[in-house]
Design a protein around this ligand. Sequence first.
Ligand code: SF4
Ligand code: F3S
Length: 107
Amino acid sequence: MTFVVTEACIRCKYTDCVDVCPVDAFREGPNFLVIDPDDCIDCAVCVPECPVSAIYAEEDVPGDQQDFTPLNAELARQWKPITRSKPALPDADEWADVRDKRAELRR
Ligand code: SF4
Ligand code: F3S
């Protein structure tokens, strides 16, 4: 099992999740974070930290977000670790309530 970052993170990237992860499992892209499934120890402490509720246990990922599980694994192999929080993207608050933003994902 692992935890998975889903669509709500795209163009927000608040990074509050990063500071609490005991195993530095987050990887950073230009406008999205993912969790490396090989490092995540399923502790769940990152879930309540995310202001847009983007993080789910793999078994609880909503039906319309299932593609994010393999996407996290794929991008985790390409992106670098992020181990400390940083300022959110400048227009994060404007994107926080946008639902359909897969097309905004930059790799
Ligand atoms: Fe890190 Fe725990 Fe979140 Fe996994 S569930 S990414 S180990 S904080
Ligand atoms: Fe993304 Fe939420 Fe973390 S917006 S960077 S999963 S705090």
